[in-house]
Design a protein around this ligand. Structure first.
Ligand code: NAD
Ligand code: TYD
Length: 353
């Protein structure tokens, strides 16, 4: 048996592929377009692993996907591939529409054609798991209950709108064609191989480089943080036992205001890698212009996956964030390689000089 993973050279996808192959002999076909966010170095430890086949290509390439499906006959497709950064979606939504909407549509079409031709037993066992985000539900007020799976879709950014559209397509392919789909909506992830355009790795990177730690607006926006390996274990569990056509919210009940997260990171760095001048890293905190349309609060109610599938995260925020900071300290060469020319161009565009 084999699975096809898309976007497996990005942050969450690479963690998923590494964890999968550490626990199973089942081969992975890893299809990734290697955009700025995809990095084969994330998969360096798989060099020579006969159970990992990397293919460079896009989810919008119907012919390529049809060929891969026919050749490898996977029993499941797990779709991580996406444009994923809200700020980039504000500067330029086009890539988000192309990959997240048109790309997911083409992928679904290729999968539908393949699945339709499978013998009955393989057809019944097949799964298409679509990885999505809590951001499709929009923004919560301070005292609102956390998002459940029945919360209305109210996406506010081009990123979340494009993910919402992809979720709807996946749902429609189940409802209309009977494609055996599963959708997961997860909260903000953090951990190894996180590209330093997102809050947590950006703050660690800038702190160590002696640069400002940019806080959008008042820093009181709330995100619900989950260690990436816990997201991966939840996806494996949904793939194994999720009910067809269902969506599962994934989160670790870890709501934190951004400013608290940045203070926590500064305190861990003060301990593990103190500044040469003895000053605390929090002295580098700088308030910058807020993100347009910035969602105030996300929070996931994860009781469905806990109750139905018995999934629970292994890390608390405290244990996961310490591991993450240590990983960045131990992997400065990885950080140096991904923060090359194109990365610096992005910083100039987003944060100015
Ligand atoms: P990422 O940006 O780090 O990685 C995305 C990967 O997809 C990259 O390797 C990129 O090269 C690849 N890719 C982009 N366009 C492609 C295309 N057209 N065809 C094939 N590959 C393509 O993103 P991530 O943070 O790892 O997120 C993975 C998935 O999880 C996304 O669908 C995202 O919406 C979802 N998600 C992310 C988070 C989070 O906190 N990062 C939370 C919930 C859900
Ligand atoms: P981000 O990591 O971009 O994830 P998302 O927007 O998908 O939740 O941002 C997390 C939070 O941190 C979000 O509220 C925006 C905020 N933020 C900053 O305050 N400064 C920054 O430089 C970045 C990148 C994000």
């Amino acid at each position: 048996m084999t699975i096809l993973v898309t976007g497996g050279a990005g942050f969450i996808g690479s963690n998923f592929v590494l964890d999968w192959l550490a626990q199973s002999d089942e081969p992975v076909i890893n299809l990734d377009a290697l955009t700025y966010a995809g990095n084969l170095e994330n998969l360096a430890t798989l060099e020579g692993n006969k159970n990992h086949l990397f293919v460079k290509g896009g989810i919008g390439d119907f012919d390529l996907i049809a060929k891969l499906l026919a050749e490898h006959q996977p029993r499941a497709v797990v779709n991580f591939a996406a444009e994923s950064h809200v700020d980039r979606s504000i500067h330029g939504p086009e890539d988000f529409i192309q990959t997240n909407i048109v790309g997911t549509f083409r992928l679904l079409e290729a999968v539908r054609a393949y699945w339709g031709g499978l013998p009955d037993e393989a057809k019944a066992a097949f799964r298409f798991l679509h990885v999505s985000t809590d951001e499709v539900y929009g923004s919560l007020g301070k005292d609102d209950p956390a998002f459940t799976e029945t919360h209305r879709y109210e996406p506010n950014s081009p990123y979340s709108a494009s993910k919402a559209a992809s979720d709807h397509l996946v749902r429609a392919y189940h409802h209309t064609y009977g494609l055996p789909v599963l959708t997961t909506n997860c909260s903000n992830n953090y951990g190894p191989y996180h590209f330093p355009e997102k809050l947590i790795p950006l703050v660690i990177h800038n702190a160590l480089a002696g640069k400002p730690l940019p806080i959008y607006g008042d820093g009181q926006q709330i995100r619900d943080w989950l260690y990436v390996k816990d997201h991966c274990s939840a996806i494996r569990r949904v793939l194994e036992a999720g009910r067809l056509g269902e969506t599962y919210n994934i989160g670790g009940w870890n709501e934190k205001p951004n400013l608290d997260v940045v203070h926590t990171l500064c305190a861990i760095l003060d301990h593990l890698s103190p500044r040469a001048d003895g000053q605390p890293y929090k002295a580098q905190i700088t308030y910058v212009k807020d993100r347009p349309g910035h969602d105030r609060r996300y929070a996931i109610d994860a009781s469905k996956i806990e109750r139905e599938l018995g999934w629970k995260p292994a890390e608390t925020f405290e244990s996961g964030i310490k591991k993450t900071v240590q990983w960045y300290l131990d992997n400065q060469a990885w950080v140096a390689n991904v923060t090359s020319g194109a990365y610096r161009e992005w910083l100039g565009k987003q944060y100015g000089a």
